[in-house]
Design a protein around this ligand. Sequence first.
Ligand SMILES: Cc1cc2nc3c(=O)[nH]c(=O)nc-3n(C[C@H](O)[C@H](O)[C@H](O)COP(=O)(O)OP(=O)(O)OC[C@H]3O[C@@H](n4cnc5c(N)ncnc54)[C@H](O)[C@@H]3O)c2cc1C
Length: 334
Amino acid sequence: MTIDESGVLVVGGGVIGLTSAIALAESGRRVRLISRDAAGGTTSAVAGGLCWPYRVQPYARAVRWSVRSYEVLAALAERPAETGARMVTGTMTAEVADGTAGPAAADDGLTAWYEAVPELRRARPDELPEGGASGWRARTPLVDMPAHLRYLERRFAAAGGVVERRPVTSLAEAGREAGTVVNCSGLGARDLVPDPGVYPVQGQLVIVENPGVEEWFVSAAPGAAETTYVLPQPYGVVLGGTACEHAWSREPNPAVAVAIVARCARRFPALARARVLAHRVGLRPARSEVRLAAERLPGGALCVHNYGHGGAGVTVAWGCADDVVRLIAEADAA
Ligand SMILES: Cc1cc2nc3c(=O)[nH]c(=O)nc-3n(C[C@H](O)[C@H](O)[C@H](O)COP(=O)(O)OP(=O)(O)OC[C@H]3O[C@@H](n4cnc5c(N)ncnc54)[C@H](O)[C@@H]3O)c2cc1C
């Protein structure tokens, strides 16, 4: 194996690996991306695709990354058929245990996000579920992830990037192939780094035929295991969801699916009768906070870690990719 000293090897072909690889390739670097799974088989392909910071820490950095991604995705939404991104209006609120909506507080750590999203405003009572709720109305990017991942792969190839489908068994081994490694292995970082602080937050979804839903709706209390979301995608409406910490199964649970549809039908009654098209389960790569930092591998190669994006990988990906490019440039200059 010859070392490509000035080249970059990105491990991971989900939304985090692909955006990092594109940002690097488009900045003039020679980039190879190695992924164990096809893009369609990643957690990223399961994501509902809403651009909104959720279950990701630290909030201050996550908001900065989210605002940057919002800008990129809003521009891509001008070409929805090509990129899979669209701008869609919707309502964000929080649901409390009795099924009514609780406060989506202004001091929930996302103030900078609320200030940055154009035209975001407090929801009026008639725009919220019953129960004296508060929430937000906003027009945000909503991304058809299977289509978006195909777009990202095409864009990476157009920038000269090369994809290899195989597992990487150690970062030190990767560092013997290229001068710089970018670790975007998601939940795989648990074994690859190894980092026992990375753990799954399992999410189940039901995809149904669209009975006429045009807006998105999310009610997700921080830390709750059950959420309600309704995301109209071109392939059907994505109904969610669950957030079960440390649950590893990827098998849809039929009882959970029934409960998801019932919760969503409280908001849009026609969903109760909508034909079910598919069931999906994905494992969010959670961590106490995103690890986006550089270190030297044993052989001396630079490694930039970019993993642990929890429930917001789609939302923060482009902002994180910018930081990856910056960290490598800083190491080059040092
Ligand atoms: C039900 C559900 C709904 C969601 N909805 C949203 C949403 O609306 N908005 C949002 O922003 N986020 C959402 N998310 C979160 C989002 O899906 C994740 O944060 C994001 O997909 C993480 O991307 P990733 O690239 O880090 O990981 P992944 O997509 O899991 O990709 C990891 C990559 O690393 C590769 N890999 C791992 N180990 C190795 C190895 N040893 N060698 C080689 N390759 C390796 C894998 O093959 C894969 O290519 C949702 C998640 C779930 C489960």
